[in-house]
Write a protein that binds this ligand. Sequence first.
Ligand SMILES: CC(C)(COP(=O)(O)OP(=O)(O)OC[C@H]1O[C@@H](n2cnc3c(N)ncnc32)[C@H](O)[C@@H]1OP(=O)(O)O)[C@@H](O)C(=O)NCCC(=O)NCCS
Length: 142
Amino acid sequence: MIRNLSVDEIDSIYAIEEVSNPSPWSRDSFLSEFSHESGIRLGYTLDILVGFCFGRLIVDEFTILNIAVTKEHRNRGIGKELMLTAMKHAQEKGAIKSFLEVRTGNAAAFCLYQSLGFKEVSKRKNYYSQIGQDAINMEMIL
Ligand SMILES: CC(C)(COP(=O)(O)OP(=O)(O)OC[C@H]1O[C@@H](n2cnc3c(N)ncnc32)[C@H](O)[C@@H]1OP(=O)(O)O)[C@@H](O)C(=O)NCCC(=O)NCCS
């Protein structure tokens, strides 16, 4: 089930982030997302939280900021469903375009975004300098 996340779930959100992202967001970064009125913060629950998607709408542009699914629940369509729902919510609030950024070595995320229709528009060389990877900027018209 997909639903809006609450700030009380920060521990569960952070537990997924810690094991999913080689450069994890801090707890404070997640907490600050809950203070943005234009934020879209979705969780996917089975019996527990197994995935999340954070994005922000600025006027008519929706940026996907972070998405992760627990290792045990990947490749079952959960990430795609989270993204589709987030983009639908953003569209209902006036978004016409969506943006995101992904590191070059993240094949799973890149494939997910491509399968949704995102197209690569530019690259930032060595953006993730600690792990020596570029950032790929992707966008799609909603
Ligand atoms: C990226 C991530 C959220 C995908 O979640 P998921 O629930 O496994 O993805 P889905 O099962 O919905 O897959 C969606 C599409 O991506 C493709 N995909 C998923 N994992 C893949 C992989 N490892 N390699 C190739 N393609 C992959 C699927 O085949 C599917 O394509 P289709 O719809 O054309 O069949 C998950 O791998 C994850 O949490 N990764 C760690 C965190 C992360 O990297 N976040 C992104 C930061 S930019």
